[in-house]
Design a binder for this molecule. Sequence first.
Ligand SMILES: Nc1ncnc2c1ncn2[C@@H]1O[C@H](COP(=O)(O)OP(=O)(O)OP(=O)(O)O)[C@@H](O)[C@H]1O
Ligand SMILES: [Mg+2]
Length: 712
Amino acid sequence: MQQEEPPLLVLQFSDLTYTVHKKISRWRRCFRKPTAVVASSATAAAMAMPPPPHSRLLLDHVSGEARDGEILAVMGPSGSGKSTLIDALAQRIESLEGRITLNSTHVSNRLLRSISAYVMQDDLLFPMLTVKETLMFSALFRMPRIQSTAKKRARVMHLLDQLGLVQVADTIIGDEARRGVSGGERRRVSIGIDIIHDPLLLFLDEPTSGLDSTSAYMVVRTLQKIAKTGSIVILSIHQPSFRILGLVDRLILLAFGQKVYGGPPAELHTYFHSFGRPVPQHENSTEHALDLIQELHNSQGGVKQLVEFCNFWIATASKRGSARILVGSTDVRGAISASISRGKLVASRPSSAFMFATQLSSPRHHRPKKTNNSHSQESDHDTKLSGADMVCKFANPWWTEIRVLAIRSVMNIKRMPELFLMRLATVLFTAFLLATIFWNLDHSPLGIQERLGFFAFAMSTTFYTCADALPVFLQERYIFMRETGHNTYRMSSYVLANALIYVPFLAVLAMSFVLTVWWAVGLAGGGSGFLFFFLIVWASFWAGNSFVTLLSGVMPNVMLGYTVVVALLAYFLLLSGFFIARERIPKYWLWFHYLSLIKYPYEAVLINEFQVEGPCYESGSQILFGTPLASLSPTLVSEMLSLVSSTSALLNTPYANMSASSCILTGPDVLIAKQITELTKWQCLVITLAFGVLFRFLFYAVLRFSGRNKRE
Ligand SMILES: Nc1ncnc2c1ncn2[C@@H]1O[C@H](COP(=O)(O)OP(=O)(O)OP(=O)(O)O)[C@@H](O)[C@H]1O
Ligand SMILES: [Mg+2]
């Protein structure tokens, strides 16, 4: 008789327990038990204590194992803890108790990330990319740089074939608005992008949900093929059909976080027969299992008796001769070497194999550890010490990541040009409106007011039109979280690429705006003034775009995001110096004036306009402008001027010998009157640019601290 080949890799987990604690606030406690509030010192002391935690057990001492070449399916009714168990095995849960080992060796979180893939329940894909492009980008990110593009392309073609996607390779993914590939095909693409680097462990949360039975079968069939290449496949499934059950090698049945069956699906009939509730003829064993769980749940004893029977069944498995002691055929290093010799990892990710072998060769890793948080942190710390690990954490250097991310973003923008064109149209229309309203402004006291109004509106508009950057990251957020959660690329690469691709687009917007208004309004400063005006509008777009991007990282949804953007920009404009001069702002709001994003570009354009020597904004004959005497005849004004200018009190002042034609208000005088004296225009430009850099940095910090991709 031919002996069964021992498994190369075995993932074992035992006593996995996960409890969520919910603290009841003091207020709610008071509200819940009003009668218990007695004026005694004991109650008062109790009130001062922190509220007791209310806990819920989501996983209750769940054990099991999975081996390479096989599919382990986690099944159970809705809310039974399937996703929680998959998350636990993928080490995506913060405070998990229990033990997870690979060939009896503890696997650190970071190591697991590089040798595994986690396919989420939702298909988070870019709708405008084709199937082939989506897989190719995944290959460019996750396969190491030392492999040529031709090899990466070959891997994509192989995967297209393996996933049965050759026919739709050039079809876009699509979304609600644009017709793309079917649901089943989309699910297979989702699986494809996560297995491009040929992971040893593949976790999938309900890969068949929402699919018809044929598509669901196709997906699990594909997963079986992947398992046969030497991977461990662990998936959750709500209610598999008979055909799908035939593809599954081992099954774990959960009910309310407890294991009620563990073993091959073929043994389900014997199991339920022994329990005293045999599967009726012509009924699917999984359907029977789910019905029985529901029935037991509604009975007095609950599912406890089934849990106890399951423990008894597993304990007596050896007596029945059905127990297979699953231990990896060799130590993990040996298993990896064997994988490499089978061509498993060499083709796609030698770095992963190298890291794997390097880390596990360390003696401390041979001790099984609890996978609770503190231990994970400890082992994560250990891995930091390994230089090899640092080299291998990401498949590519950051400049490659930035290049690929930038190419992908530009491709997405090109496929949806309406977004950029819409924004260009908004900017052009605003510029056209301003150009026609403020057409050819003159140099007069009224012209000063109009110029101030024009600049205040123009500069605040550049910021307001940036609000459309808000949904961009909100839409991409979950894709970003999935990708960075798997170390597809560095978060810093994403932030840099995101900033860089916007710069040329913002330059186009700035130039369109400046070209439309510059000559039409009749702005001062000549060629250098034109160039500076372009630079400051460009910098404003950059700062505004960065500001809105930061908010998109903080805000949970678009509506809230727009409300906050509009409100904050209104406050910035209010305190920019246009509505109220700096010295008139109450002292306790002065800090906001200096934080105002609009203050610096607004002052910069005013300096650019008014620091030009030559134009006179108010002559002697206009001295009564804005007063009740403004309608006096010019002759009367001349006589009044000669009378006033000859008074001895005005001797040695600019107003001595003032006539109707003498200039009494130049551009620099306007700047002094508006208290724009603290900074030069170049300093304002630098501050505006620095604001943009600061916001991008803060955006990075927000992503870094919020995107841990773990359940708490
Ligand atoms: N953070 C949490 N706090 C409280 N309860 C939670 C939390 N996370 C999950 N649960 C609860 O734990 C139970 C198991 O959730 P889980 O998502 O694992 O179920 P499931 O078996 O995957 O269900 P479905 O088939 O509907 O996807 C559910 O009742 C859920 O409401
Ligand atoms: Mg689930």
